[in-house]
Design a protein around this ligand. Structure first.
Ligand SMILES: C[S@@+](CC[C@H](N)C(=O)[O-])C[C@H]1O[C@@H](n2cnc3c(N)ncnc32)[C@H](O)[C@@H]1O
Length: 232
C-alpha cells in the first residue's frame, strides 16, 4: 500500500455539498490517521506484497464519511479492506453509522512467487475478505460474502435508507444498470454514490444514464477514474 499524496478536497466539497474550507479540514483529519495507514501497510507487507488492488482515494472516502455523518454506508468490493477500513474508522470517529459491505472473494494461488504478483485482489492463503482491517474498527461492520448480483438487491430490500454508496468492483453495463436501479429507492436525497472505473476509465453508459435520471451530476476525482454523484 502506498500513501495517497494528492487528495482532492474540491471533489470532497462537491460531493458533501460543503464549503471548501470544511472539505479541507475533513481531508486533513484523514491524513492524520497515520496509525491506520501504517497498520494497513504492515498487513499488506506481511503477505509479501506492498499492495492489493485497492481504492485510489481512501482519504476522500474518509473525509466524505466524516462530513455526511451517514447512518448507513453500503460498499461493494472489499478485497484486503482498504476502503472498508477508512470508512469504518470515519464512522468510529463520528460515533454513528454502520458499514454494510459485499464481497465475492477470489482465492489466490498458494505458491509464494505467484502471491507476489501485483495487480490482483485475490486473497492470500488463510485470509478472508477484509483481512487487513484493524479489529478495533470492526464493530460497526456488517460484512456479507457472495455475489453482488444476489446480495445488493437483498440489502436494498433490508435497508430503509443509505447516505453513502461505494461501488469498487468490476461491472458490466447490464449489471450496473440493474444494481443502481435497486438502489434508487434507498439512496437518500443528497446521498452520495462513488464508483471506481479503474485508473483511466470513463464513466460507463449505465451509470451515466442512472445519474441523469437521479439528477446527479457526475464529479470526477482529479487524475483518477473515480466518479462521485450527489443525488437529488
Ligand atoms: C478492486 S477490489 C476492491 C478493493 C477495495 N475496495 C479496497 O479499497 O481495498 C474488488 C473486489 O470485488 C470483489 N468482487 C469481484 N466480483 C464481485 C462480485 N460479482 N460480487 C461481489 N464482489 C466481487 C473482488 O473479489 C475484490 O475483492
Amino acid at each position: 500500500m502506498h500513501p495517497e499524496t494528492d487528495p482532492d478536497p474540491v471533489w470532497v466539497a462537491g460531493l458533501a455539498g460543503c464549503p471548501p474550507a470544511r472539505a479541507k479540514w475533513a481531508v486533513s483529519r484523514a491524513q492524520a490517521e497515520g496509525a491506520l495507514y501504517r497498520h494497513l501497510a504492515r498487513e499488506h507487507r506481511s503477505e509479501g506484497r506492498s499492495s492489493y488492488v485497492e481504492i485510489d482515494a481512501p482519504l476522500e472516502l474518509y473525509a466524505v464519511a466524516r462530513l455526511l455523518r451517514p447512518r448507513h454506508v453500503l460498499e461493494v468490493g472489499v478485497s484486503s479492506g482498504v476502503s472498508s477500513a477508512y470508512l469504518l474508522r470515519a464512522l468510529k470517529v463520528n460515533r454513528c453509522g454502520r458499514l454494510h459491505s459485499i464481497d465475492l472473494p477470489r482465492r489466490g494461488p498458494a505458491r509464494r512467487r505467484a502471491r507476489r504478483s501485483p495487480g490482483s485482489w485475490s486473497l492470500p492463503p488463510g485470509r478472508a475478505s477484509g483481512w487487513a482491517v484493524p479489529r478495533a474498527v470492526r464493530s460497526r461492520w456488517d460484512l456479507r460474502l457472495g455475489d453482488k448480483r444476489d446480495l445488493l438487491p437483498r440489502l436494498a430490500r433490508e435497508l430503509s435508507g443509505i447516505e453513502l454508496f461505494v461501488y469498487d468492483v468490476p461491472h458490466d453495463d447490464d449489471d450496473a444498470a440493474d444494481e443502481f436501479r435497486a438502489l434508487d429507492r434507498i439512496l437518500s436525497p443528497h446521498g452520495v454514490a462513488i464508483v471506481d472505473h479503474g485508473p483511466s476509465g470513463d464513466l460507463c453508459p449505465a451509470l451515466a444514464a442512472w445519474a441523469r435520471r437521479r439528477g446527479a451530476r457526475p464529479l470526477r476525482r482529479a487524475g483518477l477514474g473515480l466518479y462521485g454523484f450527489r443525488a437529488r
